[in-house]
Design a protein. Structure first.
Length: 339
């Protein structure tokens, strides 16, 4: 036989054939677009390490929300840069907090856009950690003020109360989906019962169930001004080596009442996404995080890669691994290309 009987290239010959047999497709409806809300009016402040992403004041965020919806994207997720930070994250749960104000404005102007609220304390804490900190301060002597933190612990259960309070306050301001990203143990259960008690039995929880302690969050910490002032997040976010533990995290969140689950970051953790898809039946989201975005942008700026092609390929890989919901800074642009 001159040719192998099975010629796989037969179906690769034309764009029509390739499109017909494509196994995985992207659609704007599966994207969630992250917005960073800051104080002021008419503010659109560029973020150095994330070209094309901005800190937006509430009025600008409303415009952005409208533009996002008109591209066929169904959902946004809100992060806040509060006016003031303190040691009990007041800005996270205040009725007139920055995200609460943005959610009210967006829901009244663009009611058919689903608004997710990221629930975490790090953006609102003076020390930048995701929970309450018990710290020992050690003075380095008269010349070296302020005192350095010598030992600290992130207190789990006391933090749950603030996370629950934040969630109820977000639901009250019109947020449709509560998305806890703090990685305290038991927070999904605590948030579920607080929401139920406050009459928000119908508000779903999308849990950042398997969130790894990742170097890929670097640019986000510039965007959200949330870098820890001392130490790191390894005592609460997951160790990058652990996939079995990720399954255990997800399982516990489902037991506690999560309606949807998330793996984060996305591309360096495609195996975790695939394993989660295989094992659990809940809707599965993945977060293409700031560092994933920044790497593509940086290489494209150097003309080392074809930006649009890599953008779509990276999103497709996340979809193919099994995530049906993708949080991505490319939501608007990818939606435009798919139109
Ligand atoms: C808050 C939070 C982070 C991200 C989403 N929610 C940062 C962190 O844990 O440091 C990262 C998102 C991104 O990098 O795009 N805890």
């Amino acid at each position: 036989m001159a040719f192998p009987a099975n010629r796989l290239r037969r179906l690769r010959r034309t764009e029509g054939l390739r499109t017909l047999v494509r196994e995985t497709r992207l659609s704007p409806e599966s994207f969630v677009y992250p917005l960073f809300i800051c104080p002021g009016n008419g503010v659109r402040k560029a973020i150095g390490s994330m070209p094309g992403v901005f800190n937006l004041s509430v009025d600008e965020a409303v415009k952005e929300a409208r533009a996002t919806r008109s591209l066929g994207v169904l959902s946004i997720i809100l992060f806040g840069l509060p006016e003031k930070k303190d040691e009990v994250a007041t800005g996270a749960w205040a009725e007139d907090g920055i995200v609460q104000r943005a959610a009210r404005a967006i829901k009244s102007e663009v009611p058919d856009l689903l608004v997710m609220g990221d629930v975490c304390l790090c953006e609102y804490m003076s020390h930048g950690h995701c929970g309450i900190v018990k710290a020992e301060r050690r003075s380095l002597g008269a010349a070296a003020a302020p005192p350095a933190i010598s030992e600290y612990e992130i207190i789990n259960d006391a933090s749950l109360e603030l996370l629950a309070r934040t969630s109820v306050s977000l639901a009250r301001s019109g947020v449709d989906i509560i998305a806890p990203s703090d990685m305290m143990d038991g927070r999904v259960g605590a948030i579920r019962s607080a929401l139920d008690q406050a009459g928000f039995e119908n508000t779903p929880i999308l849990s950042y169930a398997a969130k790894f302690s990742s170097g890929f969050y670097g640019p986000f910490r510039e965007a959200a001004d949330s870098a820890p002032q001392f130490g790191d997040r390894r005592s609460y976010q997951m160790d990058p080596g652990n996939i079995r533990e990720a399954m255990r995290e997800i399982e516990l969140d489902i037991e506690e009442g999560a309606d949807m689950i998330m793996v984060k970051p996305a591309m360096p953790y495609l195996d975790v996404i695939a394993a989660a898809r295989d094992r659990f039946d809940l809707p599965l989201a993945a977060y293409q995080v700031s560092g994933e975005y920044a790497m593509i942008e940086a290489a494209a700026r150097n003309q080392w890669i074809d930006r649009e092609r890599v953008m779509m390929e990276s999103l497709l890989s996340i979809r193919r691994a099994g995530a049906s919901i993708i949080l991505t800074y490319y939501a608007k642009e990818a939606a435009k290309l798919l139109a």
